[in-house]
Design a protein around this ligand. Sequence first.
Ligand SMILES: N[C@@H](CCC(=O)N[C@@H](CS)C(=O)NCC(=O)O)C(=O)O
Length: 243
Amino acid sequence: MIRLYFWPTPNGYRISILLEELGLPYAVEPVHIGKGEQFAADFLAISPNNKIPAIVDPDGPDGKPCALFESAAIMMYLAEKAGFRFLPQAAAARFDVIQWLTFQAASMAPMLGQAHHFRKYAPEQLPYAIDRYTAEAGRLYRVMEQRLSTRDYLAGDYSIADMAAYPWLRAHSWQGQTLEAYPAIQRWYAAVRQRPAVQRGLAVLGERLQKNRAPPTGAAWSNLFGGRQFADKPVAGDGEATR
Ligand SMILES: N[C@@H](CCC(=O)N[C@@H](CS)C(=O)NCC(=O)O)C(=O)O
């Protein structure tokens, strides 16, 4: 069975949503990133960038085990494995999905993540950074708005590109955005949200969600944004990794 290395965050939900959409059986391996479990040697062997999500498929290509990190790569892998579902096999349509998936992975998620960081987590209020990433979030939303004003989903039919986008847009208020300003995104958002598989994917490890969504402090801050995240060798001699 596929093992999903997961924590309930926007990038993690991309994969839980896709696995639910595909109906593939999977086992969740929680990786508590606030506790520093992403620095454990056995996890780094699968995900050398110390980030969730990651998967291990014991029945990979040529029947051999396959480990993957990076959400976009995992999405393409799973969609193809399931027989090109939510990722067309025909080249032109496939690359249309891939370019919008890459736009999510390479442009939207990193910039929206910076908006979260400076608007919610930074220990100082830095107006330049807040303005820059809020404006960049708005610019990216306008790219999506224009695209969705001429088609139902990012690449025409519902695809892995939409599943990659939706978990990030759920946090639109953290990015200084309001969906009323983007009518096409608002329609798309409602259509994705009502899908039962999306709701099941978003419920994975729901009991582990931080209730108050307060910024991390202490060891969690160090693990995510501080000394341990940026240490030369975060694994060595540090007792935080508990996996
Ligand atoms: N480009 C990566 C980003 C993954 C990522 O940023 N994961 C975050 C959670 S959303 C994480 O694991 N953070 C822990 C850390 O940075 O140590 C992907 O799309 O998979």
